[in-house]
Design a protein around this ligand. Structure first.
Ligand SMILES: [Zn+2]
Length: 255
């Protein structure tokens, strides 16, 4: 049996002769099921003039895997922040993003200098489509993804933090870093539901917990043509920094 597996924008030809696998493939829902395929044989098919993946006895197929499954099967795809060790200053981060237009990860010992959690709730918490995770259009209350598998059906939405924060150190500021989802919950130390119940003054207290303290911030930096600086940054983890570690790192900057 052969079939065409589509990924976002591209597709790969998939060939399998194994009965179990054929049965599995027949149960898949188009544009909905996510397949994680480990150890498939990839060859060039000169007849079809394309790359073809073939299932072998070693191939493992996982339906709709969670990141924990992927981590177990293929640790290089997902990694924990523990594998990030590059400490940069804001200035060096900006220089690196300009030198190479590619994704990199780093640590900044800096301050969150703008955290707008007192502004309107719609700027702090955003609804996303439960099916495809794209943003919900607030006006029309529909999924903003034209290719959403749930398009035309009743909207199912999840709520999550979606904040933009500035990060500064003695060398400069990285503006509009994304702080979202569970990373934001961990950073702020509260879930969306709890946050919605906080009073204005409690939100201010929460904010000042960060504005005065130096944090250890793990960042993913990626090129972005839409951004004025040519790059965007997402926070992977943010916690109050250990002063001893800060001192050690600043000593290395001076040298
Ligand atoms: Zn959607």
């Amino acid at each position: 049996s052969t079939c065409q597996l589509k990924t976002q924008g591209t597709s790969i030809h998939w060939e399998t002769w194994d009965k179990e696998t054929i049965r599995l493939v027949q149960t898949l829902t188009q544009r909905e099921t996510v397949l994680f395929i480990a150890d498939a044989r990839i060859t060039f098919d000169s007849f079809r003039n394309c790359m073809t993946a073939t299932a072998t006895s070693k191939t493992i197929i996982t339906l709709n895997p969670g990141s924990d499954v992927i981590l177990k099967l293929h640790p290089s795809i997902y990694f924990s922040v523990d594998s990030i060790s590059d400490v940069l200053t804001v200035e060096k981060l900006k220089a690196r993003s300009q030198e190479h237009a590619e994704v990199f990860h780093c640590i900044i010992f800096g301050f969150i200098t703008s955290l707008e959690i007192n502004s309107s709730i719609s700027k702090v918490i955003r609804k996303r489509c439960a099916k495809c995770k794209f943003r919900i259009n607030e006006e029309s209350q529909t999924c903003s993804n034209d290719a959403c598998p749930n398009q035309g059906q009743q909207l199912q939405a999840t709520e999550g933090f979606d904040l933009l924060v500035d990060i500064s150190d003695h060398t400069g500021t990285v503006q509009s870093c994304n702080l979202a989802g569970t990373v934001a919950e961990k950073t702020l130390g509260c879930k969306v539901k709890e946050f919605l119940r906080l009073s204005e003054s409690q939100r201010t207290t929460l904010k000042w917990k960060f504005l005065l303290e130096r944090c250890k911030i793990y960042l993913k930096v990626f090129p972005s043509a839409r951004s004025r600086s040519g790059m965007r940054a997402s926070i992977l983890s943010c916690a109050l920094a250990d002063p001893v570690e800060v001192k050690q790192n600043f000593a290395s900057f001076v040298v």
